[in-house]
Design a protein around this ligand. Structure first.
Ligand SMILES: Cc1cc2nc3c(=O)[nH]c(=O)nc-3n(C[C@H](O)[C@H](O)[C@H](O)COP(=O)(O)OP(=O)(O)OC[C@H]3O[C@@H](n4cnc5c(N)ncnc54)[C@H](O)[C@@H]3O)c2cc1C
Length: 378
C-alpha cells in the first residue's frame, strides 16, 4: 500500500485548484431541490464546464489516485457533485466503456461526458432489491427489437432521464443469474410511464417506472443475451468503489461547521458533546485513510474497485447518520427548523444504509469475501 502522491499527481491537484478558483464564481445559483428540470440543467451545465476544461472523463480514464484527488479538491472547493449525472458517469458509462461495442461507446459515451444526456438505473423491482437476480421484468425478441413488460422502483432521476440502464429477464427457464440482459432503454419510448415517489425529505428523488410493451432495439443490448448479470457486476463495483468518496470530505466540512455552531450556542461546554464530535472526527479521518487504502489497492489491481468498497460503504453510511444525530444534539430546537439544510440532510442520511446495497448485504459481503465465513442462505 502506498498513500503518498507523486509530483505529477500534486501538479494535477495544483492545476485543478487553480481552475476551480476561476470556474466556481461563474456558476449560477443552485436551483431549488424540487425543481428537477432546473436541477438537471444545473448539473449538466457543471458537467459541460468540466468537459470544456478537460476534466470530464476523470471518473473513467484517470488513475484511481487522480480520481481521488479530483473528488477531494472539488468537494473542498464547494463544487457541485455529479447530481443528475450520477448514473451516466458512475454506472452506465463505465459499464458501456468496459462491455459495449465500439459503436455503442461512440453513441452513448460522448453525450454523457458533454453533459447532454442523463441516465437512470432501472434495476430494483418491488420484489427484487437485495436479491436483484430475482427480477421479473420480461423481455422477448420480436424481430430486431425486444418487447419489455414489467415495472421498476426507486429509479433515481427517472423524471429527467433520457436513457435507462435496464435489467430484464430474457430467459425465464434459466437459473436466475443466467437469464438476465442489460439494455439501454430510451425513456421517451412509447409504453414508459414514470410515477414520482416522494421521500421523507419531501422531494421526489426517485420514481416507479412502468414498462408496458416497450420496444427496445436489440442493438441496445450491452453484452451478450443472458449475460447481463456479469455486465451488472461491473456497474456495481464502480458504485461502491468511488461513488461516495467526495462525501467523506463533505462530512468533514459539516463536522467543522457543527463544532463552530457548538462554540457559538454554548453546547461546546458540554464534555459529552465535545467527546461525540471528537469521536466523529476520528471516524471520518479513518474513513479517509480507508478510502486511500482502497484506491491504492485498486491501483495495484488495474483500476477495478475491490470488496474494500463494501467495508467503506458499510462504515460510511452509519457514520453519516451518526453525524446528523450529533447535529440534532448540538442544534437542539433549531434542528427542527425546516429552513435549515441540516433537517433535510438528516432525513436523507437515513437512506444511506439502504441505497447501493443495504448494510446487511455489505455485512454479508465482508463476512464471506473478506473474513471467509460460510455463505448465508439468503
Ligand atoms: C435513495 C435511494 C436511491 C435508490 N436509487 C435506485 C436506483 O436509481 N435504481 C435502482 O434500481 N434502485 C435504487 N434504489 C433501490 C436500492 O438499491 C434498494 O432499495 C436496495 O437494494 C434494497 O432493496 P429493497 O428496498 O427491495 O429491500 P429488501 O431487499 O427487500 O430488504 C429488506 C430488508 O431485508 C434485509 N435483507 C435482504 N436480504 C438479506 C440477506 N440476504 N441477508 C441479510 N439481510 C437481508 C435488507 O438488508 C433490508 O434490511 C435506491 C434506494 C434508495 C434508498
Amino acid at each position: 500500500m502506498d498513500l503518498s502522491y507523486t509530483p505529477e499527481e500534486e501538479e494535477f491537484r495544483a492545476r485543478l485548484r487553480e481552475w476551480l478558483g476561476k470556474a466556481l464564481p461563474a456558476l449560477p445559483p443552485k436551483p431549488s431541490p424540487d425543481d428537477w428540470p432546473a436541477r438537471r440543467a444545473y448539473d449538466m451545465g457543471w458537467q459541460r464546464m468540466l468537459y470544456d476544461a478537460g476534466y470530464a472523463d476523470v471518473h473513467w480514464d484517470a488513475s484511481p489516485t487522480v480520481r481521488l484527488i479530483f473528488l477531494e479538491e472539488t468537494e473542498k472547493a464547494g463544487a457541485p457533485y455529479v447530481g443528475a449525472g450520477f448514473v451516466g458517469l458512475l454506472h452506465a458509462g463505465p459499464t458501456i466503456a468496459a462491455e459495449g461495442t465500439a459503436e455503442q461507446r461512440a453513441r452513448w459515451l460522448p453525450p454523457i461526458l458533454r453533459g447532454e444526456e442523463v441516465w437512470c438505473q432501472g434495476f430494483s423491482e418491488p420484489d427484487a432489491g437485495s436479491d436483484l437476480a430475482s427480477l421479473r421484468t420480461r423481455a422477448w425478441r420480436d424481430g430486431d427489437e425486444y418487447v419489455v413488460r414489467g415495472s421498476k422502483i426507486w429509479t433515481s432521476h427517472a423524471e429527467v432521464a433520457d436513457w435507462c440502464e435496464l435489467l430484464v429477464r430474457t430467459d425465464a427457464a434459466a437459473p436466475k443469474h443466467r437469464g438476465i440482459s442489460w439494455l439501454a432503454m430510451p425513456m421517451s419510448a412509447a409504453g414508459v410511464t414514470v410515477r414520482p415517489l416522494r421521500t421523507l425529505a419531501g422531494s421526489a428523488e426517485f420514481a416507479e417506472v412502468f414498462l408496458d410493451d416497450v420496444r427496445v432495439p436489440v442493438g441496445n443490448r450491452v453484452g451478450d443475451e443472458n449475460d447481463g448479470w456479469r455486465v451488472t457486476m461491473v456497474t456495481l463495483s464502480f458504485e461502491r468503489g468511488t461513488a461516495f468518496v467526495g462525501e467523506v470530505v463533505a462530512c468533514h466540512r459539516v463536522l467543522r461547521e457543527l463544532a463552530a455552531e457548538a462554540r457559538r450556542n454554548g453546547r461546546w461546554d458540554d464534555a459529552g458533546v465535545r467527546r461525540r464530535l471528537g469521536r466523529l472526527n476520528a471516524e471520518f479521518r479513518a474513513l479517509w485513510r480507508l478510502t486511500q487504502w482502497n484506491v491504492s489497492e485498486a491501483e495495484a489491481s488495474g483500476g477495478v474497485p475491490g470488496v474494500g468498497g463494501s467495508v467503506f460503504k458499510l462504515r460510511y453510511s452509519h457514520a453519516r447518520q451518526e453525524l446528523y444525530d450529533a447535529a440534532a444534539e448540538v442544534l437542539g430546537a433549531d434542528a427542527l427548523d425546516l429552513d435549515r439544510a441540516w433537517v433535510l440532510d438528516r432525513l436523507s442520511s437515513l437512506s444511506y444504509t439502504i441505497a447501493a446495497g443495504t448494510s446487511q448485504i455489505q455485512q454479508n459481503i465482508v463476512a464471506e469475501r473478506i473474513l471467509g465465513l460460510p455463505k448465508g442462505r439468503g
